[in-house]
Structures are given as structure tokens and as C-alpha cells.
Design a protein around this ligand. Structure first.
Ligand code: ZN
Ligand code: ZN
Length: 467
């Protein structure tokens, strides 16, 4: 475990924490939690290692275990705690304790220091990788730290509640937003908006028509850290929609990630760009993705979407996935659809939404690793293949990029509803309306219908994907 630590509370767990504050008429209350561990070897922007803990489960302390509780203290029997520690050792998660300070802001009291040191010693003896402690203040503030097995505590540099909404503690310093160019949006969203956005680390996976527009919008919006992931070069046929691309780039065979980086840097808005050339399926991408706060899925391949789909649930990183489908109908006008889906634990995944087709995903993998075999099977009609290039029009791809980035803004501000991000929006350009598809969680969906993988973070194999 490194010295840099941040903690993600999944929305279903964060809601239960909030409910703890509301009950017991102002008395302190307590609960146990389980955390998955994400070890980030090198942050794509500062290069430093980081440990990120993701809430994996929530265990309320039963009333009969509670010995006493008042507005300034809570004590409980250690029976449940010992059970938590044995499970943590067997299932490789980090145990956590959480308690409320209903009458004040969140801080660690002297009594907390003493109690936790004792509990942490017990955890270390029982073989736990550490002990997380979270305090909820009555004013809505949150503080967290982790006791390492050697008995030393480290404070979390950030705690974020993540789901339809995105909230982060401590709230960012208002002072530094790197210039006054963002002043107009602070007039709408308040002084806290720009510093929060500045600290965000956001990946754009796929830098084509929608991805290039998303990246440019993020830079204008003042997102401080943008990660570009793509394997392709600019081709002549991309010039109709990839923002920032020039004819000279197509002639030179420039990489899409290089072109977009160049344009963002030329604008000189204080945005730090990291980039990775490759496919999102490549194991070399994992570490960088794990370090992000939001991921935009702007790829049109199914195997990439399968990875991002799981990432959202395993690591508690909201994924905003964009797709377009358009066709010229012969007699009956056009069929032009844009979709934005937002993924996080508690919401239906892309498999349940019918967006990802596993068969196409394995074909794509074959095409990449063994093109000869892929062509042979295609000739013999064993694989469907991608067919002709899909139509693409810059106004539609760019508009859906705006819809996607607006969902991130909605997560941070709640501007289109307290629930934040819309789960599934289908924009029917030909009909001039938006439909909100209530995709249902498939009962036997391995990814989203059980909480088995929620916040599980690092496991072997990665994302529990075999082969
Ligand atoms: Zn306390
Ligand atoms: Zn699902």
C-alpha cells in the first residue's frame, strides 16, 4: 500500500451512509464496510503510485451488538468485528469501520485515534491488509483514513461518492483554477465547480468522431487531466468529423491521439494530456484507466466496450458510453440514432441494454490476433464481420459528444435532476425526440445484477475475464 490514498464510495453504499446520519435521533451510529483494492502503479499524469479503495459491501451493526450510543460516542461488541476480519482475510478485501459525528463536521477525535489504533492492531494480527476508518459529519462532510498493518494511519487525499452523482471531499480549494477563462461557467454552477472539474482525471477511449469532440469539450470545460486512448491514425475519410484533424495529418498518417493532444496544447488552457497508443483491451492500458474519475467510451468496437462495461462495476469509475447508428432508408427518410449510456453499480450494464454483442467481441479479438484465420472464417461465413464502413456525419457525432459530456456535468452539479446522470438516452435525430430507455437488469447478468463484483477492484484475472 502506497502513501497516496483515495477512496470511492459507490452510490448504493453512500446512500446507506447518509441514512445512518438520519437515524437514532442524533446519536452516533456505526457500521462495517468492505473495500476492494486498486493498486495504481503509475498515475498517467504525475507518474506516482496510488492505492485506491472502492467500497465493496456494507454491513450494518445489528442493534443487539450495540452496547451504547449517544450524540458523542458509540460502542459495540467486537463479535461482528472479528467475523468481518476473518472474511476480509479469506476473501482479500480491506475491512472498514464507519461512524457518525451527528453534531459536528467530520474529524478524527482523540478517542477515535485511541480506539482505532486498537482495532487496527487486531486487524493486523488477523492478517488484514489494513483498516479503513470513515467519519461522517452531521454537516455532510466526510473524512477517511487507512491504518496500515504497521500501525501508521494515512489520510485519504480524496473521498468520492460515485454513481448518478459525483461528490468529492474535501471540497476543492476555490483559489486555483488556472486563469479567469472559466469565469462564465462559475456564474452558472458556482465557485466550487471549476476547482472540482480541474482536479478530475478523465479518459477518452476512442478518439474518432465522438471521442475527438469529447476531448475538445473536456479541455474547454477546464478538466485538468485528460487521457487519450486510441490505436489509429488519421485517414482521409476521418477528416469529415475528427475535430482538430487536418489534411496534412492524413497524408502523414498522424496518430489520432497526437493530433488531439496537439490541438489541446495549442489552446494553452492549462490542461494536462496523457495518451496511450493501443486498444483498450491491451493489459498495458489497465493501470491508466484505474487512475481515472470518469471514462468516456467512444469506441465502436464490442470487445473494448466489454472491458469498459466491467470496469465501471469492478472499479466504481463511471463510464459514459456513446454510440451512433444511422442508415439511409430507401423510401422512408432516414434513421439516425445517437445513444448515451451511463454505467455504475446499481444501474443496468451495456450487456443488459443490448449494446454489446459478445459474439462480435470475440470476432474482433480474432481479427486482431489472427487476421488470416479471421478472413478464412469470414469466407466460410462462420463470422458475421463488420461489413461496410458505417455512415458518419460530424453534426450527429459532435452533438452526441455534447450529450455525453453534459452527463458528466450533471453528475457533478445535478443540473438536470438530483439523480444526476441519465441511465440511457436515445436521441432520434430523424424524429426529433429523446427516448429514455428503461433497460432492465437481466436477472442472470454476471456484471450488473449481483453486487458480487461491485467495487471488487483488483482481482485475478482482471475484471474476471477469462481468455
Ligand atoms: Zn468519533
Ligand atoms: Zn448487466
Amino acid at each position: 500500500m502506497t502513501a497516496a490514498l483515495d477512496i470511492i464510495l459507490l452510490e448504493p453504499h453512500a446512500l446507506r451512509l447518509q441514512a445512518m446520519l438520519a437515524k437514532d435521533e442524533g446519536a452516533e451510529s456505526a457500521a462495517y464496510m468492505r473495500f476492494g483494492v486498486a493498486q495504481i502503479q503509475a498515475d498517467p499524469w504525475d507518474g506516482g503510485p496510488r492505492t485506491r479503495l472502492v467500497s465493496h459491501g456494507f454491513v450494518e451493526i445489528e442493534d443487539l451488538e450495540k452496547i451504547s450510543a449517544s450524540p458523542v460516542h458509540v460502542t459495540w461488541s467486537t463479535r461482528g468485528y472479528m467475523r468481518l476480519l476473518s472474511e476480509a482475510a479469506a476473501e482479500h478485501f480491506v475491512p472498514g469501520i464507519v461512524h457518525t459525528h451527528p453534531g459536528s463536521f467530520a474529524f478524527f477525535s482523540r478517542q477515535d485515534d485511541l480506539n482505532e489504533a486498537e482495532l487496527a492492531r487486531t486487524a493486523a494480527v488477523k492478517g488484514a491488509q489494513g483498516l479503513v476508518s470513515i467519519i461522517l459529519g452531521g454537516d455532510g462532510t466526510v473524512r477517511a483514513r487507512m491504518w496500515r498493518p504497521d500501525g501508521s494511519p494515512i489520510d485519504a487525499c480524496a473521498v468520492q461518492a460515485v454513481g448518478g452523482r459525483f461528490r468529492r471531499w474535501p471540497e476543492a480549494e476555490v483559489a486555483d483554477v488556472g486563469g479567469s477563462h472559466l469565469e462564465r461557467q462559475a456564474r452558472l454552477f458556482g465557485l466550487g465547480f471549476n476547482p472540482l472539474i480541474r482536479r478530475l482525471k478523465v479518459a477518452v477511449v476512442g478518439c474518432g468522431g465522438t471521442g475527438s469532440a469529447v476531448a475538445m469539450l473536456l479541455a474547454r470545460l477546464g478538466v485538468g487531466h485528460v487521457l487519450l486512448v486510441d490505436n489509429d491514425i488519421i485517414e482521409e475519410t476521418n477528416l469529415n468529423r475528427v475535430h482538430g484533424s487536418r489534411r496534412a495529418d492524413a497524408k502523414a498518417g498522424a496518430l489520432k491521439i497526437d493530433v488531439i493532444e496537439r490541438e489541446i496544447m495549442a489552446a494553452d488552457l492549462g490542461v494536462r494530456v496523457a495518451k496511450r497508443k493501443g486498444w483498450v483491451n491491451d493489459p498495458a492500458m489497465r493501470d491508466a484507466l484505474k487512475a481515472c474519475d470518469f471514462v468516456f467510451g467512444c469506441t465502436d468496437d464490442h470487445s473494448g466496450r466489454i472491458i469498459l462495461n466491467r470496469l465501471a462495476y469492478f472499479y466504481g469509475i463511471p463510464v459514459i458510453d456513446v454510440g451512433l447508428r444511422m442508415a439511409a432508408a430507401e423510401n422512408a427518410g432516414h434513421d439516425v440514432n445517437g445513444r448515451v449510456s451511463t454505467l455504475s453499480p446499481g444501474r443496468p450494464c451495456l450487456l443488459c441494454g443490448g449494446v454489446v454483442r459478445p459474439q462480435r467481441a470475440s470476432e474482433e479479438a480474432l481479427e486482431r490476433t489472427d487476421p488470416g484465420e479471421f478472413e478464412r472464417r469470414k469466407r466460410e461465413a462462420y463470422v458475421i464481420g463488420a461489413g461496410d464502413p458505417a455512415p458518419a456525419v460530424v453534426t450527429f457525432t459532435t452533438e452526441m459528444a455534447c450529450v455525453a459530456v453534459n452527463e458528466m456535468i450533471a453528475a457533478v452539479t445535478g443540473f438536470h435532476g438530483e439523480g444526476g446522470m441519465v441511465s440511457n438516452r436515445l436521441r432520434r435525430f430523424h424524429a426529433g425526440d429523446d427516448r429514455f430507455l428503461a433497460a432492465k437488469q437481466n436477472e442472470d447478468c454476471q456484471v450488473c445484477s449481483t453486487n458480487r463484483f461491485w467495487g471488487r477492484a483488483d482481482i485475478d484475472p482482471f475484471l474476471d475475464l477469462v481468455g
